[in-house]
Design a protein around this ligand. Sequence first.
Ligand code: ZN
Ligand code: ZN
Length: 183
Amino acid sequence: MLLDINELELHPLDFEEKFQPDVIDFGAEVRQRGPLSTSGRAEVVEEHHGKHEVIKDLRLRGRLSADLELQCARCLEPVPQHVDRDFDLLYRPLGADAGREEISVTDAEAEIGYYQGEGILLEDVLREQVLLALPLKITCRGDCKGLCPQCGKNLNQEQCSCSTAVEDPRWAALKDVRSRLEH
Ligand SMILES: [Zn+2]
Ligand SMILES: [Zn+2]
């Protein structure tokens, strides 16, 4: 859904949308389970720079909620994650800040994005907000045993027989040294 700056200039837009899985691409490691709901308001905010220049920013406020699934970093099993997030974002036309050091300094604390052309896609904003809300790395539980590096079995579910047969390379090296000393 395009948030069109020219339309928003005529009137703010209140939106309430649901996005089914696969409409928004969250990347290979995130799966969406069920629709993502979002509601909020988009509007144009005018910034007056000096006497003559008006910059049209796009302000987007709202909330989103979604059920997602990440992969456990150790055993790769799916780990459910619920995201509820409020956002209040400001997008400035790309290039509006060019050559304006004094303004960038004043705004340094605010998180500002940029839009190009007609406006921004709500889907792009939602993707970014969801990814920001998710942890970079997750484990299914604190003591997840992970996968056996030899046979790939999920060690939370079953023991495999290779664990004892596998030799730590450091021990192997030590043994090697010892056998050479003995001879
Ligand atoms: Zn796990
Ligand atoms: Zn194994």
